[in-house]
Write a protein that binds this ligand. Structure first.
Ligand code: PMP
Length: 426
Protein backbone atom coordinates (compact mmCIF):
# COMPACT_ATOMS: atom_id res chain seq x y z
CA UNK A 1 0.00 0.00 0.00
CA UNK A 2 1.40 3.39 -0.95
CA UNK A 3 2.14 5.89 1.80
CA UNK A 4 -0.67 8.21 0.58
CA UNK A 5 -3.14 5.34 0.37
CA UNK A 6 -2.39 4.39 3.98
CA UNK A 7 -2.93 7.98 5.10
CA UNK A 8 -6.16 8.15 3.07
CA UNK A 9 -7.41 4.98 4.79
CA UNK A 10 -6.53 6.33 8.22
CA UNK A 11 -8.37 9.62 7.98
CA UNK A 12 -11.13 9.43 5.32
CA UNK A 13 -14.38 7.44 5.44
CA UNK A 14 -14.10 3.73 4.66
CA UNK A 15 -16.93 4.06 2.14
CA UNK A 16 -15.00 6.52 -0.02
CA UNK A 17 -14.31 3.93 -2.69
CA UNK A 18 -11.16 4.12 -4.81
CA UNK A 19 -10.61 2.46 -8.18
CA UNK A 20 -7.87 -0.17 -8.55
CA UNK A 21 -6.16 -2.48 -6.05
CA UNK A 22 -3.32 0.00 -5.97
CA UNK A 23 -5.16 3.34 -6.32
CA UNK A 24 -3.78 6.02 -8.62
CA UNK A 25 -2.72 9.49 -7.47
CA UNK A 26 -3.36 11.77 -10.43
CA UNK A 27 -0.96 14.70 -10.39
CA UNK A 28 -1.68 16.50 -13.65
CA UNK A 29 -3.40 16.30 -17.01
CA UNK A 30 -3.34 17.68 -20.51
CA UNK A 31 -5.88 17.17 -23.27
CA UNK A 32 -7.14 13.60 -23.01
CA UNK A 33 -4.23 12.40 -20.86
CA UNK A 34 -3.45 12.34 -17.16
CA UNK A 35 -0.24 11.46 -15.29
CA UNK A 36 0.20 9.72 -11.93
CA UNK A 37 2.68 10.42 -9.17
CA UNK A 38 5.07 7.77 -10.57
CA UNK A 39 5.16 9.55 -13.92
CA UNK A 40 2.93 7.02 -15.76
CA UNK A 41 0.78 8.53 -18.51
CA UNK A 42 -2.80 7.36 -19.09
CA UNK A 43 -5.26 7.98 -21.87
CA UNK A 44 -8.37 9.12 -19.99
CA UNK A 45 -11.56 7.42 -21.17
CA UNK A 46 -13.49 8.32 -18.02
CA UNK A 47 -12.66 11.94 -17.27
CA UNK A 48 -15.72 13.07 -19.21
CA UNK A 49 -17.95 11.68 -16.51
CA UNK A 50 -15.57 12.57 -13.75
CA UNK A 51 -16.27 16.16 -14.72
CA UNK A 52 -13.62 16.97 -17.35
CA UNK A 53 -15.99 17.60 -20.21
CA UNK A 54 -13.75 19.20 -22.77
CA UNK A 55 -10.06 18.54 -22.13
CA UNK A 56 -7.69 18.43 -19.16
CA UNK A 57 -5.96 21.75 -18.42
CA UNK A 58 -7.80 23.51 -21.24
CA UNK A 59 -5.87 26.82 -21.55
CA UNK A 60 -9.05 28.87 -22.14
CA UNK A 61 -10.58 27.63 -18.87
CA UNK A 62 -7.34 27.95 -16.91
CA UNK A 63 -6.98 31.56 -18.09
CA UNK A 64 -10.59 32.47 -17.27
CA UNK A 65 -10.33 30.89 -13.81
CA UNK A 66 -7.02 32.52 -12.91
CA UNK A 67 -8.06 35.94 -14.18
CA UNK A 68 -11.32 35.79 -12.21
CA UNK A 69 -9.54 34.44 -9.11
CA UNK A 70 -7.13 37.36 -9.36
CA UNK A 71 -10.07 39.80 -9.31
CA UNK A 72 -12.44 38.26 -6.78
CA UNK A 73 -13.13 34.63 -5.89
CA UNK A 74 -16.37 35.08 -4.06
CA UNK A 75 -18.50 37.93 -2.88
CA UNK A 76 -21.94 36.85 -1.81
CA UNK A 77 -25.23 35.81 -3.30
CA UNK A 78 -26.49 39.15 -1.93
CA UNK A 79 -24.72 41.22 -4.61
CA UNK A 80 -24.93 41.24 -8.38
CA UNK A 81 -22.60 38.76 -10.08
CA UNK A 82 -21.96 39.40 -13.78
CA UNK A 83 -20.48 35.98 -14.76
CA UNK A 84 -23.46 34.26 -13.08
CA UNK A 85 -25.99 36.34 -15.01
CA UNK A 86 -24.11 35.74 -18.27
CA UNK A 87 -23.87 31.99 -17.84
CA UNK A 88 -27.53 31.80 -16.75
CA UNK A 89 -28.57 33.69 -19.90
CA UNK A 90 -26.63 31.32 -22.12
CA UNK A 91 -27.89 28.16 -20.41
CA UNK A 92 -31.50 29.42 -20.38
CA UNK A 93 -31.21 30.03 -24.13
CA UNK A 94 -29.77 26.57 -24.78
CA UNK A 95 -32.14 24.70 -22.46
CA UNK A 96 -35.14 24.48 -24.78
CA UNK A 97 -37.38 25.38 -21.83
CA UNK A 98 -39.58 28.41 -22.55
CA UNK A 99 -39.38 31.35 -20.13
CA UNK A 100 -36.54 29.55 -18.36
CA UNK A 101 -34.96 30.51 -15.06
CA UNK A 102 -31.61 29.10 -13.92
CA UNK A 103 -30.36 28.46 -10.40
CA UNK A 104 -26.74 27.43 -9.82
CA UNK A 105 -25.58 24.90 -7.25
CA UNK A 106 -22.20 23.31 -6.58
CA UNK A 107 -22.98 19.72 -7.59
CA UNK A 108 -25.42 17.50 -9.42
CA UNK A 109 -26.72 16.13 -6.14
CA UNK A 110 -27.58 19.61 -4.95
CA UNK A 111 -29.14 20.40 -8.35
CA UNK A 112 -31.46 17.39 -8.05
CA UNK A 113 -32.15 18.27 -4.43
CA UNK A 114 -33.26 21.73 -5.60
CA UNK A 115 -35.39 20.22 -8.39
CA UNK A 116 -37.14 18.05 -5.78
CA UNK A 117 -37.66 21.07 -3.55
CA UNK A 118 -39.24 22.95 -6.47
CA UNK A 119 -41.40 20.09 -7.71
CA UNK A 120 -42.70 19.10 -4.28
CA UNK A 121 -43.45 22.72 -3.35
CA UNK A 122 -45.08 23.47 -6.71
CA UNK A 123 -47.30 20.43 -6.54
CA UNK A 124 -47.79 20.17 -2.78
CA UNK A 125 -46.85 16.49 -2.86
CA UNK A 126 -43.96 14.45 -1.49
CA UNK A 127 -44.50 11.59 -3.88
CA UNK A 128 -41.93 11.21 -6.66
CA UNK A 129 -41.76 8.84 -9.59
CA UNK A 130 -38.23 7.66 -10.42
CA UNK A 131 -36.83 5.06 -12.77
CA UNK A 132 -35.61 1.68 -11.61
CA UNK A 133 -31.81 1.44 -11.64
CA UNK A 134 -31.47 5.24 -11.53
CA UNK A 135 -28.77 7.38 -9.90
CA UNK A 136 -29.42 10.98 -8.87
CA UNK A 137 -27.04 11.50 -5.94
CA UNK A 138 -26.59 10.36 -2.38
CA UNK A 139 -27.75 13.24 -0.24
CA UNK A 140 -30.69 12.60 2.08
CA UNK A 141 -33.26 13.56 -0.57
CA UNK A 142 -31.57 12.30 -3.74
CA UNK A 143 -30.82 8.91 -2.27
CA UNK A 144 -34.57 8.43 -1.97
CA UNK A 145 -34.96 8.64 -5.73
CA UNK A 146 -31.89 6.57 -6.58
CA UNK A 147 -33.30 3.24 -7.70
CA UNK A 148 -29.98 1.48 -7.59
CA UNK A 149 -29.66 -0.04 -4.12
CA UNK A 150 -25.94 -0.51 -4.43
CA UNK A 151 -25.66 3.27 -4.37
CA UNK A 152 -27.94 3.89 -1.43
CA UNK A 153 -25.86 4.14 1.73
CA UNK A 154 -28.65 3.88 4.29
CA UNK A 155 -31.87 2.88 2.55
CA UNK A 156 -33.69 5.56 4.56
CA UNK A 157 -35.78 8.01 2.57
CA UNK A 158 -37.54 11.29 3.35
CA UNK A 159 -39.64 11.08 0.18
CA UNK A 160 -42.20 8.59 -0.98
CA UNK A 161 -40.76 7.22 -4.20
CA UNK A 162 -42.39 4.92 -6.74
CA UNK A 163 -40.19 3.25 -9.29
CA UNK A 164 -41.11 3.04 -12.94
CA UNK A 165 -39.99 0.55 -15.62
CA UNK A 166 -38.35 1.77 -18.77
CA UNK A 167 -34.68 2.60 -18.42
CA UNK A 168 -33.08 -0.85 -18.69
CA UNK A 169 -33.87 -2.27 -22.08
CA UNK A 170 -32.24 -5.67 -22.05
CA UNK A 171 -33.35 -7.05 -18.67
CA UNK A 172 -36.57 -7.46 -16.73
CA UNK A 173 -40.11 -8.34 -17.77
CA UNK A 174 -40.11 -6.33 -21.01
CA UNK A 175 -36.75 -7.46 -22.40
CA UNK A 176 -36.98 -8.72 -25.96
CA UNK A 177 -39.96 -6.58 -27.01
CA UNK A 178 -39.81 -4.35 -30.08
CA UNK A 179 -39.23 -0.64 -29.34
CA UNK A 180 -42.87 0.14 -29.98
CA UNK A 181 -44.19 -2.64 -27.75
CA UNK A 182 -41.59 -1.80 -25.09
CA UNK A 183 -42.83 1.79 -24.92
CA UNK A 184 -46.46 0.63 -24.82
CA UNK A 185 -45.71 -1.82 -22.00
CA UNK A 186 -43.88 0.83 -19.94
CA UNK A 187 -46.69 3.35 -20.48
CA UNK A 188 -49.27 0.75 -19.40
CA UNK A 189 -47.18 0.10 -16.29
CA UNK A 190 -47.04 3.83 -15.52
CA UNK A 191 -50.81 4.23 -16.06
CA UNK A 192 -51.41 1.25 -13.79
CA UNK A 193 -49.18 2.74 -11.09
CA UNK A 194 -50.99 6.08 -11.30
CA UNK A 195 -54.28 4.26 -10.83
CA UNK A 196 -53.09 3.18 -7.36
CA UNK A 197 -51.26 6.18 -5.96
CA UNK A 198 -52.14 9.71 -5.00
CA UNK A 199 -50.69 12.57 -7.00
CA UNK A 200 -46.94 12.44 -7.48
CA UNK A 201 -45.12 15.76 -7.84
CA UNK A 202 -42.79 14.72 -10.64
CA UNK A 203 -41.11 11.99 -12.62
CA UNK A 204 -37.33 12.30 -12.55
CA UNK A 205 -35.26 10.40 -15.11
CA UNK A 206 -31.82 10.31 -16.70
CA UNK A 207 -32.38 10.12 -20.48
CA UNK A 208 -29.52 7.61 -20.56
CA UNK A 209 -28.69 6.13 -17.17
CA UNK A 210 -25.09 6.87 -16.23
CA UNK A 211 -24.10 5.06 -13.05
CA UNK A 212 -26.74 2.46 -13.98
CA UNK A 213 -24.56 1.29 -16.86
CA UNK A 214 -25.25 3.60 -19.82
CA UNK A 215 -28.64 2.10 -20.51
CA UNK A 216 -31.03 3.95 -22.81
CA UNK A 217 -34.71 3.39 -23.47
CA UNK A 218 -35.99 3.57 -27.03
CA UNK A 219 -36.27 7.14 -28.32
CA UNK A 220 -39.65 8.63 -27.51
CA UNK A 221 -40.28 6.76 -24.24
CA UNK A 222 -40.27 9.92 -22.15
CA UNK A 223 -42.44 11.70 -24.71
CA UNK A 224 -44.98 8.89 -24.31
CA UNK A 225 -44.67 9.17 -20.52
CA UNK A 226 -45.13 12.94 -20.81
CA UNK A 227 -48.56 12.49 -22.34
CA UNK A 228 -49.64 10.47 -19.30
CA UNK A 229 -47.94 12.84 -16.83
CA UNK A 230 -49.64 15.86 -18.41
CA UNK A 231 -53.05 14.32 -17.82
CA UNK A 232 -52.24 14.21 -14.09
CA UNK A 233 -50.36 17.52 -13.92
CA UNK A 234 -47.16 15.67 -12.94
CA UNK A 235 -43.88 17.45 -13.79
CA UNK A 236 -41.06 15.90 -15.84
CA UNK A 237 -37.55 16.45 -14.49
CA UNK A 238 -34.74 15.47 -16.86
CA UNK A 239 -31.47 14.78 -15.03
CA UNK A 240 -28.90 15.81 -17.65
CA UNK A 241 -25.89 15.55 -15.36
CA UNK A 242 -24.28 12.95 -17.64
CA UNK A 243 -26.19 13.40 -20.91
CA UNK A 244 -26.00 17.18 -21.25
CA UNK A 245 -23.75 19.46 -23.34
CA UNK A 246 -23.65 17.29 -26.46
CA UNK A 247 -22.08 14.15 -25.01
CA UNK A 248 -24.61 11.90 -26.76
CA UNK A 249 -23.57 13.34 -30.13
CA UNK A 250 -27.00 13.47 -31.71
CA UNK A 251 -28.44 15.95 -29.26
CA UNK A 252 -27.29 18.75 -27.00
CA UNK A 253 -29.53 17.39 -24.20
CA UNK A 254 -30.56 13.81 -23.67
CA UNK A 255 -34.23 14.79 -23.43
CA UNK A 256 -34.18 15.81 -27.10
CA UNK A 257 -34.44 12.13 -28.07
CA UNK A 258 -37.86 12.32 -26.39
CA UNK A 259 -39.00 15.74 -27.54
CA UNK A 260 -42.26 14.98 -29.38
CA UNK A 261 -44.40 16.37 -26.58
CA UNK A 262 -42.22 19.29 -25.62
CA UNK A 263 -39.28 19.88 -23.28
CA UNK A 264 -39.13 18.81 -19.63
CA UNK A 265 -40.48 21.18 -16.99
CA UNK A 266 -37.23 21.04 -15.05
CA UNK A 267 -33.74 20.14 -16.21
CA UNK A 268 -30.75 19.55 -13.94
CA UNK A 269 -27.11 19.73 -14.98
CA UNK A 270 -23.63 19.56 -13.42
CA UNK A 271 -20.23 17.94 -13.87
CA UNK A 272 -18.83 18.80 -17.25
CA UNK A 273 -19.99 22.37 -17.66
CA UNK A 274 -17.23 23.62 -15.38
CA UNK A 275 -14.62 21.34 -16.99
CA UNK A 276 -13.76 20.18 -13.49
CA UNK A 277 -14.86 23.22 -11.50
CA UNK A 278 -17.75 22.53 -9.16
CA UNK A 279 -20.94 23.64 -10.92
CA UNK A 280 -24.43 22.23 -10.86
CA UNK A 281 -27.74 23.82 -11.59
CA UNK A 282 -31.42 23.70 -12.32
CA UNK A 283 -33.35 25.17 -15.24
CA UNK A 284 -37.10 25.46 -14.80
CA UNK A 285 -40.07 27.31 -16.17
CA UNK A 286 -40.47 30.64 -14.37
CA UNK A 287 -43.70 29.68 -12.60
CA UNK A 288 -42.02 26.58 -11.15
CA UNK A 289 -38.70 28.25 -10.28
CA UNK A 290 -40.45 31.16 -8.61
CA UNK A 291 -42.84 29.09 -6.48
CA UNK A 292 -40.48 29.03 -3.47
CA UNK A 293 -40.65 31.42 -0.59
CA UNK A 294 -36.87 31.68 -0.10
CA UNK A 295 -34.11 34.25 -0.41
CA UNK A 296 -31.38 31.85 -1.47
CA UNK A 297 -30.65 28.18 -0.96
CA UNK A 298 -26.91 28.17 -0.30
CA UNK A 299 -23.90 30.44 -0.36
CA UNK A 300 -21.59 29.06 -3.01
CA UNK A 301 -23.67 28.20 -6.06
CA UNK A 302 -22.78 30.61 -8.87
CA UNK A 303 -19.44 31.67 -7.42
CA UNK A 304 -17.72 33.93 -9.98
CA UNK A 305 -14.70 31.62 -10.45
CA UNK A 306 -16.81 28.59 -11.33
CA UNK A 307 -19.03 30.75 -13.54
CA UNK A 308 -15.97 32.06 -15.40
CA UNK A 309 -14.89 28.45 -15.96
CA UNK A 310 -18.38 27.58 -17.20
CA UNK A 311 -18.49 30.49 -19.64
CA UNK A 312 -15.05 29.71 -21.10
CA UNK A 313 -15.78 26.00 -21.31
CA UNK A 314 -19.22 26.45 -22.89
CA UNK A 315 -17.79 28.84 -25.49
CA UNK A 316 -15.05 26.36 -26.31
CA UNK A 317 -17.34 23.39 -26.71
CA UNK A 318 -19.78 25.32 -28.91
CA UNK A 319 -17.10 27.00 -31.05
CA UNK A 320 -15.29 23.70 -31.64
CA UNK A 321 -18.52 21.75 -32.22
CA UNK A 322 -17.60 19.13 -29.65
CA UNK A 323 -21.11 17.71 -29.96
CA UNK A 324 -20.31 16.94 -33.61
CA UNK A 325 -16.97 15.50 -32.50
CA UNK A 326 -18.75 13.27 -29.98
CA UNK A 327 -21.04 12.05 -32.76
CA UNK A 328 -18.24 11.34 -35.24
CA UNK A 329 -15.49 9.99 -32.97
CA UNK A 330 -18.01 8.30 -30.67
CA UNK A 331 -19.68 6.66 -33.66
CA UNK A 332 -16.35 5.24 -34.86
CA UNK A 333 -15.42 4.10 -31.36
CA UNK A 334 -18.75 2.30 -30.82
CA UNK A 335 -18.34 0.52 -34.17
CA UNK A 336 -14.79 -0.51 -33.34
CA UNK A 337 -15.78 -1.74 -29.85
CA UNK A 338 -18.71 -3.70 -31.30
CA UNK A 339 -16.32 -5.47 -33.66
CA UNK A 340 -14.00 -6.26 -30.74
CA UNK A 341 -16.92 -7.31 -28.52
CA UNK A 342 -18.21 -9.74 -31.13
CA UNK A 343 -14.99 -11.75 -30.69
CA UNK A 344 -15.08 -11.86 -26.86
CA UNK A 345 -17.46 -14.38 -25.26
CA UNK A 346 -18.05 -12.36 -22.10
CA UNK A 347 -19.24 -9.25 -23.94
CA UNK A 348 -23.02 -9.28 -23.88
CA UNK A 349 -23.62 -5.86 -25.39
CA UNK A 350 -21.76 -2.77 -26.56
CA UNK A 351 -24.13 0.18 -26.43
CA UNK A 352 -24.09 3.92 -26.36
CA UNK A 353 -24.54 7.25 -28.01
CA UNK A 354 -21.72 9.60 -28.91
CA UNK A 355 -19.01 9.52 -26.27
CA UNK A 356 -21.10 7.67 -23.69
CA UNK A 357 -20.37 4.00 -24.33
CA UNK A 358 -21.03 0.94 -22.17
CA UNK A 359 -19.70 -2.59 -22.54
CA UNK A 360 -21.79 -5.09 -20.58
CA UNK A 361 -19.88 -8.16 -19.42
CA UNK A 362 -21.62 -11.35 -18.33
CA UNK A 363 -20.78 -14.99 -17.81
CA UNK A 364 -20.62 -16.26 -21.42
CA UNK A 365 -23.97 -17.21 -22.90
CA UNK A 366 -25.94 -15.96 -19.88
CA UNK A 367 -27.25 -12.66 -18.54
CA UNK A 368 -25.43 -13.21 -15.23
CA UNK A 369 -23.32 -10.22 -14.23
CA UNK A 370 -19.57 -10.69 -14.14
CA UNK A 371 -18.21 -8.08 -11.69
CA UNK A 372 -14.92 -9.97 -11.35
CA UNK A 373 -14.35 -9.66 -15.10
CA UNK A 374 -15.19 -5.97 -15.01
CA UNK A 375 -12.59 -5.48 -12.27
CA UNK A 376 -10.02 -7.53 -14.23
CA UNK A 377 -10.52 -5.48 -17.40
CA UNK A 378 -10.19 -2.24 -15.43
CA UNK A 379 -6.86 -3.40 -13.98
CA UNK A 380 -5.57 -4.68 -17.34
CA UNK A 381 -6.57 -1.45 -19.12
CA UNK A 382 -4.74 0.55 -16.49
CA UNK A 383 -1.65 -1.59 -17.02
CA UNK A 384 -1.96 -0.78 -20.72
CA UNK A 385 -2.22 2.95 -19.99
CA UNK A 386 -5.99 3.48 -20.25
CA UNK A 387 -8.43 4.67 -17.58
CA UNK A 388 -12.06 3.54 -17.91
CA UNK A 389 -14.99 3.39 -15.52
CA UNK A 390 -17.44 0.77 -14.31
CA UNK A 391 -21.10 0.77 -13.37
CA UNK A 392 -24.38 -0.99 -13.91
CA UNK A 393 -27.10 -1.82 -11.46
CA UNK A 394 -26.57 -5.52 -11.81
CA UNK A 395 -23.56 -6.07 -9.60
CA UNK A 396 -21.36 -3.71 -11.58
CA UNK A 397 -21.50 -5.48 -14.89
CA UNK A 398 -20.66 -2.64 -17.25
CA UNK A 399 -17.42 -0.99 -18.39
CA UNK A 400 -18.10 2.71 -18.87
CA UNK A 401 -16.35 4.89 -21.42
CA UNK A 402 -16.84 8.66 -21.33
CA UNK A 403 -13.73 10.49 -22.52
CA UNK A 404 -13.37 14.27 -22.74
CA UNK A 405 -15.40 15.45 -25.75
CA UNK A 406 -12.30 16.60 -27.65
CA UNK A 407 -11.15 12.98 -28.11
CA UNK A 408 -9.37 12.48 -31.47
CA UNK A 409 -9.80 9.57 -33.85
CA UNK A 410 -6.20 8.47 -33.19
CA UNK A 411 -6.83 8.46 -29.42
CA UNK A 412 -10.07 6.52 -29.91
CA UNK A 413 -8.12 3.90 -31.92
CA UNK A 414 -5.38 3.77 -29.31
CA UNK A 415 -7.87 3.29 -26.46
CA UNK A 416 -9.81 0.64 -28.38
CA UNK A 417 -6.59 -1.31 -29.01
CA UNK A 418 -5.72 -1.28 -25.28
CA UNK A 419 -9.27 -2.36 -24.41
CA UNK A 420 -9.12 -5.16 -26.95
CA UNK A 421 -6.02 -6.56 -25.26
CA UNK A 422 -7.61 -6.22 -21.83
CA UNK A 423 -10.80 -7.99 -22.98
CA UNK A 424 -8.95 -10.74 -24.78
CA UNK A 425 -6.94 -11.47 -21.64
CA UNK A 426 -10.16 -12.49 -19.84
N1 PMP B 1 -27.20 12.72 -11.48
C1 PMP B 1 -26.52 11.88 -12.27
C2 PMP B 1 -27.19 11.33 -13.47
C3 PMP B 1 -25.18 11.56 -11.97
O1 PMP B 1 -24.51 10.71 -12.75
C4 PMP B 1 -24.58 12.12 -10.83
C5 PMP B 1 -23.13 11.82 -10.47
N2 PMP B 1 -22.62 10.62 -10.85
C6 PMP B 1 -25.34 12.98 -10.05
C7 PMP B 1 -26.64 13.26 -10.40
C8 PMP B 1 -24.74 13.62 -8.85
O2 PMP B 1 -23.83 14.59 -9.23
P1 PMP B 1 -22.67 15.09 -8.25
O3 PMP B 1 -21.73 13.94 -8.10
O4 PMP B 1 -22.09 16.28 -8.93
O5 PMP B 1 -23.30 15.45 -6.96
Amino acid sequence: MSELHARHRAVLPEWLALYYQDPIEITHGEGRHVWDADGNRYLDFFGGILTTMTAHALPEVTKAVSEQAGRIIHSSTLYLNRPMVELAERIAGLSGIPDARVFFTTSGTEANDTALLLATAYRGSQQILAMRNSYHGRSFSTVSITGNRGWSPTGLSPLQTLYVHGAVRNRGPYAGLTDERYIEACVEDLEDLLGHVRTPAALIAEPIQGVGGFTAPPDGLYAAFREVLDRHGILWISDEVQTGWGRTGEHFWGWQAHAQNGPPDILTFAKGIGNGMSIGGVVARADIMNCLDANSLSTFGGSPVTMAAGLANLSYLLEHDLQGNARRVGGLLIERLRAIGARVDSVREVRGRGLMIGIELTEPGTADAAPGKVAAVLEAAREGGLLIGKGGGHNTSVLRIAPPLSLTVAEAEEGAAILEQALRAL
